[in-house]
Design a protein around this ligand. Structure first.
Ligand code: 2DT
Ligand code: MG
Length: 214
């Protein structure tokens, strides 16, 4: 049996990421694949509840401590991801380690510190980075009330995502990180994503799941 593909969608707030992740999972399941959504942070676990309190500013945490909690939140899901992939289930993740690095580095933590705790996690077969120009994002409504949902943080995170992209491509190959324009209608963006995912699904069959940064 072919293994599932590990697909990650990344992007800034208001890039349409969560909408597209849901559409992608539906479309995969409708076209004869088994697929499930994996949201990061997963706010349902004990660690996830600490993260949720931090994001809602109900708790204060040291920048490094919260960075490690975000990573721990991925590690506690890693075995299930590997097991499901081996069982032929495609995993579509809404954010992953790349958000972890970009947001923490944007706060000023050293890039290598941000990278290291996730080393060895399941390596996504394909990461799609949804981009919208700032002027388009600003027409998609006001920012929410959670931590990081402000223009200054989004601008700095955008810069760090560019560094993350270079790191993924240098270590794991150009085709593992693909930038996708999220400008246009929901259906137009969905079509762009589907074409790329379709290609990735064909490629994964014969390969093992890799390890991030290793
Ligand atoms: P959502 O709005 O998508 O729930 O994200 N974040 C996310 C980090 O700072 N580090 C991480 O490792 C991850 C996965 C991005 C909530 C916020 O949490 C940030 C936005
Ligand atoms: Mg959010």
């Amino acid at each position: 049996m072919a293994r599932g593909a590990f697909i990650v969608l990344e992007g800034l707030d208001r890039s349409g990421k969560s909408t597209q992740v849901a559409k992608l999972v539906d479309r995969l399941n409708q076209t004869g694949h088994k697929a499930r959504l994996q949201k990061f942070p997963d706010r349902t676990t004990a660690i996830g509840k600490m993260i949720d309190a931090y994001l809602q500013s109900q708790a204060e945490l040291d920048d490094r401590a919260i960075h490690l909690l975000f990573s721990a939140n991925r590690w506690e899901c890693a075995e299930a991801i590997k097991r499901d992939l081996a069982n032929g289930m495609t995993i579509v993740a809404d954010r992953y380690a790349f958000s972890g690095i970009a947001f923490s580095a944007a706060k000023g933590l050293p890039f290598t510190f941000c990278l290291n705790p996730d080393a060895g996690l399941p390596l996504p077969d394909l990461t799609l980075y949804l981009t919208v120009p700032p002027e388009v994002a600003s027409t998609r409504g006001a920012y929410g009330v959670e931590r990081y949902e402000n223009l200054d943080m989004q601008t700095r995170t955008r810069e760090q995502f560019a560094a993350v992209a270079r790191e993924v491509q240098a270590r794991h190959g150009e085709d593992r990180w693909v930038q996708v324009s999220a400008v246009g209608t929901i259906d137009e963006v969905e079509a762009r994503i589907w074409e790329l995912v379709d290609g990735a699904l064909r490629r994964v069959d014969e390969t093992r799941v890799g390890e991030l940064w290793l």
